[in-house]
Design a protein around this ligand. Structure first.
Ligand code: NAP
Ligand code: GLV
Length: 313
């Protein structure tokens, strides 16, 4: 079995060593133009030339959860795309979102600024019930985030494409589904967490019309993709006072360009696309398990993380 590795912006050696150790029966090589055809590929943002030269791949394994960059390429009809299914990301995302919600709710940013200024001051405790958190996207990451926020007793709303049964991790989540229920979901939420995939349907979904439906003093946490957010609309709603602030981990252009108004806005907290990192060992183990299952004849359709390319996630 041949496996080819083509991941832009990723040091290949540790991945090649990890894949060779996990799949000693396979020949694992770094892709270069003109390389012989492989059975499977491990990829992140490969060039179109890679896809064009490897039309016979049984599956493309994406070393991230989001497949928006991959699906922008022309893929041969029927080529299977498999994304990371958690692989250690959901607990990181839960940590990140909880710290952002709690930092805002408990006003720790203001307490830190006071202390830096040499000021010892208390603020009136705020009511948790006034800070309902709405999570857009109740998939692998969104449902783990919902569970973590509930451990801190925040009221949690969730919004997804298809309706969710009130069971398991979502048993206590107030669930909304589809475009028709988006206004009710937004009106019920003060803090908005975006964990949607970037698709034709969700691009620019965080805009003036949607964000202005959040409760007054709303707070936005974007941890999905920069192209979900209309930057100018966020700035206008921060400046009008309708939104109290935002924590942004992802940006339309990354790295965030010098001079972008986000850099020094006093109501923004920024991080460099780091909320849930790909963990190499977990990812290699997951991909190796899936490649073995395919080799043993398991149908790919049953595999967690298989992307529906017609939906874009
Ligand atoms: P997932 O399991 O595929 O979940 C996606 C969720 O979004 C599902 O609940 C889905 O609804 C919902 N959804 C999709 N299209 C929708 C629409 N048009 N309207 C309403 N809901 C819609 O994905 P995941 O693993 O949780 O990852 C989510 C995203 O997080 C990734 O695509 C990636 O962009 C981002 N991410 C960011 C980082 C980071 O470090 N910042 C790290 C990892 C991932 P259904 O349940 O009905 O299908
Ligand atoms: C990171 O953003 C990912 O999609 O895994």
């Amino acid at each position: 079995m041949r496996i080819t590795f083509c991941c832009t912006g990723t040091a290949p050696e540790p991945w090649l060593l990890g894949l060779r150790a996990a799949l000693p029966e396979a020949e694992v090589t770094l892709w270069a133009p003109g390389a012989p055809p492989a059975d499977h590929a491990v990829v992140w943002a490969p060039p179109q030339q890679f896809i064009d030269e490897q039309p016979g791949l049984k599956a493309l394994f994406n070393i991230g959860a989001g497949v928006d960059a991959l699906l922008r390429l022309r893929l041969p009809p029927g080529m299977h795309v498999v994304r990371l299914d958690d692989a250690g990301m959901s607990v990181q995302m839960a940590e990140y979102v909880c710290q952002a919600v709690i930092r805002h709710f408990r006003e720790f940013d203001l307490a830190e600024a006071d202390m830096v200024a040499g000021k010892w001051a208390f603020r009136k405790p705020r009511l948790r019930a006034d800070f309902a958190v709405g999570i857009m996207g109740l998939g692998v990451l969104g449902s783990r985030v919902a569970q973590a926020l509930q451990a801190f007793e925040f009221p949690v709303n969730g919004w997804s494409r298809s309706a969710k049964p009130a069971a398991g991790a979502l048993a206590q989540v107030r669930c909304f589904a589809g475009d028709a229920q988006l206004p009710d979901f937004l009106a019920a939420s003060r803090v908005l967490v975006n964990l949607l995939p970037l698709t034709v349907q969700t691009e620019n979904i965080l805009n003036h019309a949607t964000l202005s439906q959040l409760q007054p003093g709303g707070y936005v946490i974007n941890v999905a993709r920069g192209a979900h957010l209309v930057d100018a609309d966020l700035l206008a709603l921060l400046d009008s006072g309708h939104l109290a602030g935002a924590t942004l981990d992802v940006f339309r252009t990354e790295p965030l360009p010098a001079g972008h108004p986000f850099w020094h806005h006093p109501k923004l907290t920024l991080t460099p696309h780091t909320s849930a990192r790909t963990l190499r060992d977990d990812s290699v183990a997951q991909i190796a398990r899936k490649i073995r299952a395919l080799a043993a004849g398991q149908p790919i359709g049953n595999m967690p993380g298989v992307v529906d390319t017609s939906l874009g996630y």
